[in-house]
Structures are given as C-alpha cells and as structure tokens.
Design a protein around this ligand. Structure first.
Ligand SMILES: Nc1ncnc2c1ncn2[C@@H]1O[C@H](COP(=O)(O)OP(=O)(O)OP(=O)(O)O)[C@@H](O)[C@H]1O
Length: 491
C-alpha cells in the first residue's frame, strides 16, 4: 500500500516536472518567435494622414523657406491636385502665417531646370520629389523618365518601372545614355514632322509621352565624354529638346565652371547652399545683392547643410523668386511610393533598350558570330538567346564600340553577299515569335532593302509611322544594324 502511495507521489512529481519543463520550452519558443517576428522587415507604413497640421514657421536665415515641411508625398499630391497636368512640386514656404507649396509647370512655364548646391544640399531629394509626384499623378503614356546617375544607388529602384524610359546607374553607361537621348530627340523630330505638328504641345498622336531627363551630377557626364563633347551635346539637346517634349533637370554641385551657352536655356534655377559668394550668380543668374533686393537669400548666405539645413533652395525664374525647403523623402517612403507605380511589362524589356556598352559588346559579338556562321556555313543560324532577349540601340559612344559595330553590322548584314546572294531565309531573326511575329520580322528585313529610312519602311508596310508597328521596325532594325540613325555624342 505504502509502496503504491510512494509510486503515485513519484509519478505525480514526475508529471509535474514534465509539465513544468514543457511550459518552459513553450515560453522559450514564444520568446524566439517574438524575436524572429521583430527581425522580419515590416511592410512600409502607408503615407501619413493628409490632414497633418503644418506649422507656419520659417527656417531661421532661410527667408520664407518652411522649417519643417511634410515628410511624405501625400501633402504634395493633395496640393498638386488643384494644379494643371505636368505640374511639379518645388518646395514649401511660409507666407501670411500660412504654409504653401511652390509649384511649377513643365508646359508653358518651366522649360529646363538647374539644381545646384554643395554636397548634401538636397539636390537628389529635390529631384526625387519632382519625379515621384509626376509619376504618381501621370500615367507612363503621359510621362517617361530618363535618369542618368552614376553617383550611387539612389535611383536603382526605377529601372523596372513603366515610367522609366532609360536608367543609367553606372558611370560607364553615361555616354550610351546621352547618345540615346540624341537619337530619341531625332526620332521625335521625325514623328512631329511627319504629323505636321510644329511642336510636341500640338501633337495629337498620343504615342509621345513627355520625357523628363534627370542628370544627377553633370560632372560625371563631363568625365564620360569630355568637356568639349558635353558642351556641344548640352547646347544641342537643351536648345532643341523643348519642342519635342523633352525636359532636362540637371543637377550639379556648382554650375560655375560649365559653359554659359546651354545655361541660357535653363528657365528655373533651384540653388542650394554654396560656400562662396562668387558661386551665387552662376547658379542663380543674380548676385547676392540683386537677390537681397528681391528679399531672397542667396546660396552663399543660406544656412549650411552641415548644420542640418539640407533641402533649402532659392528658386529663381525670370528675375524673381522665393526661398523654399523641400520635403525630405526617407528611403522607406520612397520605396513605398515606388511600389505604387506600375512595373514595366515583361515584354517591354525588349522594347526599352536598357543595356550598358559592355552589353552592347556582347550583343555585337553575337551579331558578329551569327553573321560569320551564316556566311561560312551557309546554313540557317539559330537566333541568339542574348540577342532575342534584348533590344539594342545602334548609337554607341566609344570609337572601339563604333568600330566593332561597323564590323558586326557588315558581317551580320543579311543582304551582303558571301559568294552568292544569300536568300533571306538564312537570316537570323533577332526576336522570339511572341515578341515580334517571325512573319513580320521577315517582312521588315525584306523591305529594308528598298527604302532609305525606318519611317518610310513603316509607312510602306503598315501605313503608319508610330505605335507598336514602328517599335517592331525600330527594334528589328536596331538588332540587325539596318537603316541606322547616327549618334552625335563622342564624335
Ligand atoms: N528637404 C530636406 N530636409 C532635411 N534634410 C534634407 C533635405 N534634403 C536633403 N536633406 C539631407 O541631406 C542629405 C543628402 O541629400 P541629397 O542626397 O539629396 O543631397 P545631394 O545634394 O544630392 O548630395 P550629393 O551632391 O552629395 O549627392 C539627406 O540624406 C538628408 O539628410
């Protein structure tokens, strides 16, 4: 009996100890789970309520520039709602004890913009405000962006966005991007001429979105193509771009050392802090004294970004202006906003050329191989995977690339005879059937024999000079080096 009781007590103790251990383990697991949950990155919070109360307090020493602008894009968008299309935010200021957002319009108001200011003045953030709000208020059919960076990783997230016409993030891609812009201006010129529209604003075709080009540091372009080439490129592009629906936003630490000719095409100067007053006039068109006469604080008199006064600018347009402070967009909020924007459809990767000179070499090498294969073997070469997966712009900036391109084009030219005229059946079709139907690729290649321009080709085959059909023609011609348009950069 006693034995049984002792056994039962022992069993009870054993069970209690087991339950206790189990509970401890559960507690431990729960603690681990909480830690694990905390380390999972949470989704970015939605933009804060638009009805935030902004304090009408100006930043000391910065004129009317608001001390604490909103830190999300929501309040900006609310203000832009009342503005006509293509309006952009330029910064916040205080007047009559109220808070205002200064806006501008890229049609009929501002043409090109120069954003200047020493390191950390807030140039990239100012441009981010402009591009994000444009993208969030316009479709990719209305606005496209070309972003030429090379400074860092700030603009990486834009590459796959439907609004992005071209994004160059490495210094090595800059010359190529410049050549593309020249080619795009020429393409637009031809389209407008054909449609008998004297300028982009009058064009009704619906296939030419406004192209806003952002250059994050002008010096990097100078490093890429040299000072002389850069000056002539800027002179040509900035003078002509406006009529073709292209707007430039050029950022640089200090515009003093750049040619004054293209600077005369700038209609809005957005000038941030400068350490020397000799930089005031080149970056704003007015001296500190002239600015002071208009109650404006000159760049050299602004509080320094190193004292926590980033994002403060003096805006100068047509001899007048205002001091403002931009909204500071955090990386998290930028990513949240980017997530709201439509992505590029997968197939469009073929339509929007996005490759570096290095990739160009790869494509050109492939072309060369295809051409040689076809000539040597006389057999039908298989389309190259690399080539079929990408579009290609023929404009390339380096001499080496140009020479290679010439060779590649000659070797790959399906209409060049080897020993005898090769029939068009031996041509390597550059795109998969589902991207551009094989039958259409063959028709385009065949028709290229007898016309002198892509536009003419498109008219003959499809009785149009725009839309998807022209994109087919352009991409097939680009890929095979047919009816090439010439680049001006670097020559
Ligand atoms: N509107 C703003 N309000 C407060 N701080 C700002 C604002 N804009 C920028 N800053 C501060 O300045 C820093 C640098 O901003 P940004 O990268 O836009 O400057 P930048 O002029 O492009 O610099 P750099 O020429 O060195 O690339 C930000 O990380 C932020 O700390």
């Amino acid at each position: 009996m006693i034995q049984t009781i002792v056994l039962m007590i022992a069993l009870l103790f054993g069970a209690a100890a087991y339950v206790f251990r189990l509970k401890m383990q559960i507690n431990q697991l729960q603690a681990q789970l909480i830690t694990a949950r905390a380390s999972i990155p949470t989704a970015p919070p939605p933009p804060i309520n638009k009805n935030i109360q902004l304090e009408p307090i100006a930043l000391e020493g910065a004129g009317q520039a608001l001390k604490a602008p909103p830190t999300t894009i929501q309040a900006t968008l609310d203000n832009l709602k009342q503005e006509p299309p293509y309006s952009i935010p330029l910064g916040w200021y205080k007047a009559h004890n109220k808070v205002f957002l200064q806006t501008g319009r890229l049609v009929g108001d501002i043409n090109h913009i120069l954003i200047s200011g020493q390191s950390d003045a807030g140039k990239d953030n100012a441009a981010l405000n402009i591009l994000l709000s444009l993208a969030l208020t316009h479709t990719p059919q209305q606005v496209n962006f070309a972003i030429i960076d090379g400074k860092g990783l700030d603009w990486m997230g834009w590459q796959e966005k439907a609004h992005a016409w071209h994004v160059a993030t490495d210094p090595e891609q800059i010359g190529d991007a410049m050549a593309r812009l020249t080619a795009e201006r020429q393409r637009r010129r031809a389209i407008l001429a054909e449609a008998k529209a004297t300028k982009w604003d009058h064009y009704q075709g619906g296939d030419l979105p406004m192209l806003v080009v952002f250059i994050s540091e002008l010096l990097l372009l100078e490093n890429a193509v040299g000072s002389k080439n850069l000056t002539s490129w800027l002179n040509a592009e900035l003078t002509a771009a406006r009529a073709f629906g292209i707007r430039y936003i050029i950022a640089t630490q200090n515009a003093s050392n750049f040619s004054t000719q293209w600077r005369s095409q700038i209609s809005l100067c957005m000038a941030g802090f400068q350490p020397l007053d000799s930089s005031d006039a080149p970056n704003t068109t007015m001296t500190a004294k002239e600015l002071a006469e208009r109650k404006l604080v000159a760049p050299s008199k602004l509080p320094s970004p190193s004292n926590g006064a980033g994002g403060v600018f003096v805006l100068v347009q047509s001899g007048d202006g205002i001091n403002v402070r931009t909204s500071l967009i955090s990386d998290q909020h930028r990513d949240y906003c980017l997530n709201q924007l439509p992505n590029l459809p997968k197939n469009d990767l073929h339509i929007k050329p996005k490759m570096s000179i290095d990739n160009d070499h790869e494509v050109l090498a492939n072309l060369l191989n295809i051409g040689l294969e076809a000539v040597n073997a006389g057999a039908t070469p298989t389309p190259s995977a690399t080539l079929s997966a990408t579009g290609r712009y023929t404009a390339s900036q380096s001499q080496e690339s140009a020479a290679l391109q010439k060779t590649a084009t000659r070797s790959a030219d399906p209409f060049l005879p080897s020993n005898h005229d090769r029939p068009s059946a031996t041509i390597a079709l550059p795109f998969e059937d589902e991207i551009i139907p094989f039958t259409e690729q063959r028709r385009i290649i065949e028709a290229a024999r007898s016309v002198s321009s892509r536009r003419q080709l498109c008219t003959e085959l499809y009785n149009t000079t725009g839309g998807v059909k022209f994109t087919w023609v352009k991409n097939v011609c680009d890929a095979l080096g047919l009816l090439q348009t010439t680049a001006t950069v670097g020559k």
